[in-house]
Design a binder for this molecule. Structure first.
Ligand code: FES
Length: 123
């Protein structure tokens, strides 16, 4: 496996429990997917932007992933609520399921997506 880092945004662009930042994910041969990052309790978390209930994006308004309490991520379609730290659904039609977590890292004032790709054998 080869790991590569892709710059998503500057740290200052991602405010505590504020608007999330979306980005495209590599086409896995099926539908085009997107991801997003949010900041919660100071830490950055990244997820695939797809509800665990029905494969739709979570944010009706772009970047609007938090509920009104700013303690949960919420799907704007049917209201599933997810823990920001783990992506686990705690309320709604997909309770017990989880968002797909992405590997993100914050370093030197920037936030990166860590992408892993298989190494092709040339034997
Ligand atoms: S589509 Fe997200 S809660 Fe149903």
């Amino acid at each position: 496996m080869v790991e590569t880092e892709r710059l998503i945004c500057a740290s200052e662009d991602l405010q505590e429990r504020g608007t999330g930042i979306g980005f495209s994910l590599p086409d896995a041969g099926k539908t085009q997917q997107s991801g997003f990052v949010i900041r919660y309790d100071g830490k950055v978390h990244g997820y695939v932007n797809r509800c665990a209930h029905v494969p739709v994006t979570l944010d009706w308004q772009e970047g609007d992933f938090f509920d009104l309490s700013r303690h949960f991520l919420i799907c704007s379609t049917h209201g599933a609520q997810y823990l920001p730290e783990t992506g686990r659904c705690v309320l709604g039609p997909c309770k017990g399921k989880s968002l797909q977590k992405l590997n993100v890292v914050e370093r030197d004032g920037r936030i990166y997506l860590i992408e892993t790709t298989p190494v092709e054998s040339h034997l």
